[in-house]
Design a protein around this ligand. Structure first.
Ligand code: ADP
Length: 274
């Protein structure tokens, strides 16, 4: 499902001395089935932005459209349950959201809550275990007996179990070592490719944005500073530097980029000495 923001503003604590405009005149489209990366400094509005996609936050003005769901500023009646079934959220440290007695109960909680029979939800849980890199035997154990990495995979399976059409990932690989990060990111990328899930990744890692995303959105001071394909990274390097978003200068990053865009030369700005 397409996601369309039309002239959206979001203001926290409106009318108080602490009033803060966190999104200004936000207009953008995230095409159905795309993989979009959202980058920007802390405070640039990333989390305010993504929380509009499942109605956790409402626009102060403007309209957010997610498929057939329309959320207009000031409108009270929104079918949030339907929207939240369609939009899966993986927050930072999703393992903190585990609470059930067993892994199976945690994974099936979402789909059962959305009306799926227990048996069908359990079947989904069994199918998801290998997909998230866990052994099926773990379904019967307490999630709190697992390692941190395993807990995160259980939490991810719990989000995927509702088969969302849109997946919002807020730094899903936060605090993982490089290998763990690649594993988790590949898991989401494979899932996206297999199910054509519209995927929105909030990340501080330019490498991940360049590696996985078809579309990149750069936020700055609550505004859409840039939006476009990955090649945008090359076209506006100096502006990215100006707003403090430095690109990694590692040789492997540059080689990957070169390969990805089939460039014979790395643009001048990327030239690394030695
Ligand atoms: P990011 O996710 O890019 O770090 P946020 O969307 O969290 O950015 O924040 C955007 C701006 O809104 C920041 O200035 C932040 O301080 C402010 N903000 C975020 N949440 C709240 C809140 N609940 N109340 C007031 N201001 C907030």
């Amino acid at each position: 499902m397409d996601i369309v923001f039309s002239q959206v503003d979001h203001c926290y604590m409106k009318g108080t001395p602490f009033e803060k405009v966190a999104l200004k005149d936000f207009s953008l489209t995230i095409p159905s089935g795309s993989f979009t990366a959202v980058i920007g400094h802390t405070g640039s509005g990333k989390s305010t932005f993504i929380q509009h996609i499942n109605g956790l936050l409402r626009p102060s003005s403007g309209t957010v459209q997610v498929g057939s769901y329309v959320i207009k500023a000031g409108e009270k009646k929104v079918n949030l349950k339907g929207l939240r079934k369609e939009v899966g959220f993986v927050f930072q440290y999703p393992e903190h959201q585990l609470f059930e007695e067993t892994v199976e109960k945690d994974i099936t909680f979402g789909p059962v809550n959305f009306g799926l029979s227990k048996e069908k939800a359990q079947k989904r849980a069994r199918e998801l275990m290998p997909l998230v890199g866990l052994q099926e035997e773990l379904l019967s154990v307490s999630p709190f007996q697992l390692s941190g990495g395993q807990m995160r995979r259980v939490a991810i399976a719990g989000v995927l179990a509702s088969r969302p059409s849109v997946l919002v990932l807020d730094e899903p690989a936060a605090s993982l070592d490089p290998e763990g990060r690649v594993n988790i990111m590949n898991l989401f990328y494979d899932y996206h490719k297999t199910h054509q899930t519209t995927t929105i990744l909030v990340t501080h890692h330019m490498e991940d944005a360049a590696k996985y995303a078809d579309q990149i959105i750069v936020l700055h001071n609550g505004m859409v500073e840039m939006i476009g394909g990955r090649e945008l990274i090359f076209e506006r390097v100096s502006r990215l530097n100006e707003i403090g978003l430095d690109l990694p200068k590692s040789v492997s990053f540059l080689q990957n980029i070169k390969k990805k865009f089939e460039l014979s030369e790395v643009p001048m700005e990327f030239d690394v000495k030695g």
